[in-house]
Design a protein around this ligand. Structure first.
Ligand code: FES
Length: 174
C-alpha cells in the first residue's frame, strides 16, 4: 500500500499563493513577485521561494540566485530594529566600512543577518542623501550622523541591548 503524505499549507505558503494569484506566470514577474512577498512577510523564506519557483516553472536555484544577487532581498526575518550602514561614496571616504565592522563585531552578525534574540538586523545602503553627516547609519529609518565605532556603542547602549554586558566585558578586557 502506498502512503500519500499531504503537507498542510503553512502561513508562508498561503500568503505567497495569495500574492501569486495577482501575477501572470511569466518569468519577468519574478522580481516584482519577490518584492511583494518580502513586503508581506518581511523576508523570503525557503518555502516562499519554492512556491514562486513552482508557480513560474523555473528552477528553485534561479530564484535563489536572484534573491542573493540583489541586496534589497532578505533571507532572514527582520529584527525589531533595523541597522543600515551607508556605504555611499561620502560615507565610504569617512570610514563607512570601519563603522560596518564595528556593528558586525558588536552585534555578532553580518549584513543580511538578524541577531539570535531577533532584536537587530544589519544591512548596508547606498547614499541616503545626507552626506554632510557622514559616516551615516540609518537606525530604524532615521539617519544618525557621524556614526563612528564609539557612536555605535552609544547607540546600542541607548537600546539597552544585551551587548551592553558584552561591551563592558570587552572594555574590561582591553
Ligand atoms: S554617502 Fe552616505 S549619506 Fe551620502
Amino acid at each position: 500500500m502506498t502512503t500519500v503524505v499531504v503537507e498542510k499549507d503553512t502561513k508562508v505558503n498561503q500568503e505567497t499563493k495569495r500574492i501569486l494569484k495577482r501575477f501572470a506566470r511569466k518569468r519577468d514577474n519574478l522580481i516584482p513577485i519577490l518584492q511583494k512577498v518580502q513586503g508581506r512577510l518581511g523576508y523570503l523564506p525557503r518555502e516562499a521561494m519554492l512556491e514562486i519557483a513552482n508557480y513560474l516553472d523555473v528552477p528553485e536555484m534561479d530564484v535563489y540566485s536572484v534573491v542573493t544577487f540583489y541586496n534589497q532581498f532578505r533571507l532572514n526575518p527582520p529584527g525589531r530594529h533595523s541597522i543600515r550602514v551607508c556605504l555611499g561614496t561620502a560615507c565610504h571616504m569617512k570610514g563607512g566600512y570601519i563603522t560596518l565592522d564595528a556593528w558586525k563585531r558588536r552585534l555578532g552578525i553580518g549584513p543580511g543577518e538578524t541577531t539570535a534574540d531577533q532584536e537587530f538586523d544589519l544591512g548596508t545602503v547606498a547614499c541616503v542623501g545626507c552626506c554632510t553627516m557622514a559616516p551615516v547609519t540609518v537606525v530604524d529609518g532615521k539617519p544618525e550622523a557621524k556614526v563612528e565605532p564609539t557612536r555605535v556603542d552609544g547607540l546600542l547602549l541607548s537600546f539597552g541591548h544585551e551587548s551592553q554586558k558584552e561591551l563592558k566585558k570587552n572594555h574590561a578586557n582591553s
